[in-house]
Design a protein. Structure first.
Length: 317
C-alpha cells in the first residue's frame, strides 16, 4: 500500500458507468512527462531501468480491480501508471490522450524479476511519453512458474493444457475490449485509435488479439511467443491474418524462424509491420535478461527504443 505525503494509507472505491474499480494505492503527485527524445535518444530511459534492480524498485503507479459489465468474469487486476492524470483538465483543453497496454509474459504478473520490470517500464512510458500505461493481469493471480504450478510445472501435458486455457483469443479480447479499453476511454480520456499494445513473450499474442479491434493503432512486442494460437485450433499465421493494424516483432535468436523476417507470418500481417531479430539474445532478454551482461543491456536498450518509436509513429495517425 502506498502512502500519501502525510504517511496515511489511502483506499478508495470508485464507479464509472458499468465499471467498478478499487484503488488499492494512490501515489503522490508525479513529474510532468518529458519529450519523446528523452526516451529514444542517447539517454534512452532504459538506462534509467538499468539503474534499478527489480528487488528494490518501488512502483509509482496504482493497482486497480476492474469489473466486467457482463458480471460473468472474475475482476481483472491492473497496474496503471499515469504521470499526468487529470480528466477535468483533459476535457477543458480538449487534448487527446494516448494509452499503452502492456502485456506480461507467461510467468505472470507477479513473478520476479519480470513483474517489477513490467511496472518499471509502465512508469517510464507514462513519465517519458505522457501516455496512460496500463498492465492487466490476464492470468488473474497465477502464472506458468514453479511457485504457482508446483509439480505440474514439470509436466508437458499440464503445460499444454494450461497454455491452451489462458490463451483463448476470445477471452483475451473480452478483457481488452469490455474492461480495459472502456476504463481508458471513460476514466482516462483516451480516444479510440490512440491505444497501442506492447507485449513480451506470451504478451506478443495479446498484441495480435488487440490488433483485431478498431481502437488499437498498433502492436509492438519483444520475443513474442505465438505458438499458443496453435493450441487453440489456429496458427500464428492465421492469427496474423486477422490483425488490422501494423505490428512490430523483435525476436530473439532462440525464437522460431517462422516468426521472423521473411516468414509467412510477415506476409500475413499488415504492410507497415516490421519483423527483426537479435540473433545473440536468448528468449526473454528484454523483460528478464541479465542487466549486468553488457550485450543484453545493449540489445534490450535498442529494442526498447525501437518498440516505443514504433508506437509513437502509429499513435495519433
Amino acid at each position: 500500500m502506498s502512502v500519501n505525503d502525510g504517511g496515511e494509507d489511502i483506499t478508495d472505491t470508485l464507479t464509472w458507468g458499468n465499471l467498478e474499480f478499487y484503488t488499492c494505492s494512490m501515489s503522490p503527485s508525479r513529474e510532468e512527462p518529458g519529450d519523446l527524445s528523452d526516451a529514444l535518444g542517447a539517454s534512452c530511459f532504459f538506462d534509467k531501468l538499468l539503474g534499478h534492480p527489480a528487488e528494490v524498485y518501488e512502483p509509482q503507479g496504482d493497482e486497480f480491480l476492474l469489473h466486467s459489465p457482463r458480471g460473468d468474469a472474475r475482476p481483472l487486476p491492473v497496474y496503471v501508471s499515469d504521470a499526468c492524470f487529470s480528466p477535468l483538465l483533459a476535457r477543458e483543453r480538449g487534448a487527446p490522450r494516448r494509452a499503452v497496454i502492456l502485456a506480461h509474459d507467461a510467468r505472470g504478473f507477479s513473478h520476479e524479476p519480470g513483474a517489477s520490470r513490467l511496472r518499471e517500464l509502465a512508469d517510464a512510458v507514462a513519465r517519458d511519453l505522457g501516455a496512460v500505461a496500463v498492465a492487466p493481469d490476464f492470468f488473474r493471480g497465477e502464472g506458468w512458474n514453479e511457485r504457482d504450478q508446483g509439480p505440474a510445472y514439470h509436466d508437458a501435458d499440464a503445460r499444454r493444457a494450461w497454455f491452451a486455457r489462458v490463451s483463448d483469443p476470445d477471452a483475451i479480447g473480452r478483457d481488452l475490449d469490455e474492461i480495459v479499453v472502456p476504463f481508458l476511454h471513460n476514466d482516462r480520456g483516451v480516444r479510440g485509435g490512440d491505444v497501442a499494445a506492447l507485449g513480451f513473450s506470451w504478451g506478443g499474442a495479446v498484441c495480435f488479439v488487440a490488433g483485431r479491434y478498431a481502437w488499437c493503432c498498433c502492436g509492438a512486442a519483444a520475443h513474442s511467443t505465438l505458438s499458443c494460437f496453435s493450441l487453440r485450433g489456429s496458427s500464428p499465421t492465421e492469427a496474423a491474418a486477422l490483425v488490422k493494424c501494423p505490428q512490430m516483432l523483435l525476436q530473439s535468436g532462440a525464437d522460431p524462424d517462422a516468426t521472423k523476417r521473411g516468414s509467412a507470418l510477415q506476409e500475413a500481417l499488415p504492410g507497415a509491420s516490421v519483423l527483426d531479430d537479435y540473433p545473440a539474445m536468448k528468449h526473454g532478454f528484454l523483460l528478464r535478461g541479465d542487466r549486468d551482461d553488457p550485450a543484453v543491456a545493449r540489445d534490450a536498450r535498442d529494442a526498447t527504443a525501437r518498440l516505443l518509436a514504433f508506437v509513437e509513429q502509429h499513435q495519433g495517425v
